[in-house]
Design a protein around this ligand. Structure first.
Ligand code: ADP
Ligand code: 5GP
Length: 202
């Protein structure tokens, strides 16, 4: 039976992953976003259950012990994890899933789901990355410096990904992301099911 596709979007914090993922879902409404669990506090526009499920460290560690995460990682002092049951249920229904997770999570998911399609977002420069983190107004200047410092090491992993997008001009980056997802959804092997009304495909 054919299952859904997994699209993993990674890249340094502040590059634009969550903004692009949100807009991608408006363009392709039938894609399902994997809502992670986190121990960090919600930002001012974040509603529980949309970008994240916000839980205490105790709840999160109990979930680790029960094997409820397909992967989890500690990032900038907070825990983040991808709930396992949602992946299985969504893929079984033939629905596609979108993940906004870091490099460690991406590698782990790719190991467990080798057909996952990995996409790496990079900023046009470190200066622009710092500006975006400042504009977001969610992190202190010390946290911003730490995130910018870590960006180079993260970007060094980009060649391991199937696709790389430079998020400089926003509309172009969104178009690139949209095109990648559409192209993967239209691969011949996935379109075979639509051929049956014209006879038995080879
Ligand atoms: P991430 O999820 O990768 O941490 P966000 O999606 O929160 O990043 O984006 C960080 C900030 O950068 C946000 O204020 C967002 O509006 C802004 N941003 C995203 N893409 C662009 C772009 N191409 N040009 C300018 N600002 C951008
Ligand atoms: P933020 O706190 O800025 O929303 O996210 C910080 C980092 O955590 C980002 O790189 C984001 O992609 C990553 N992240 C979010 N959810 C998960 C998850 O479930 N697993 C992993 N490994 N990383 C995550």
């Amino acid at each position: 039976m054919e299952t859904g596709l997994l699209f993993i979007v990674s890249g340094p914090s502040g590059t634009g992953k969550s903004t692009l993922c949100k807009d991608l879902m408006k363009l392709i409404p039938d894609i399902h976003f994997s809502v992670s669990y986190t121990t960090r506090l919600p930002r001012k526009d974040e509603r529980p259950g949309e970008a994240y499920h916000f839980v205490s460290r105790e709840t999160f560690t109990a979930m680790i012990d029960k094997g409820e995460f397909a992967e989890w990682a500690e990032i900038y002092g907070h825990l983040y994890g991808t709930p396992r049951p949602v992946i299985e249920q969504t893929l079984r229904k033939g629905k596609d899933l979108l993940f906004d997770i870091d490099g460690q999570g991406s590698r782990q998911l790719k190991k467990n789901y080798p057909r996952a399609i990995t996409i790496f977002l990079i900023p046009p420069s470190l200066e622009e990355l710092a500006k975006r983190l400042q504009k977001r107004e969610t992190d202190s200047s010390a946290v911003i410096r730490e995130r910018v410092t870590k960006a180079c090491a993260e970007i060094a992993q980009a060649p391991d990904y199937a696709y790389i997008i430079i998020n400089d001009i926003y509309a172009q980056a969104l178009q690139a992301l949209h095109s990648i997802v559409l192209a993967e959804k239209h691969r011949g092997e996935r379109m075979k099911k639509y051929l049956t009304i014209f006879g038995k495909p080879r």
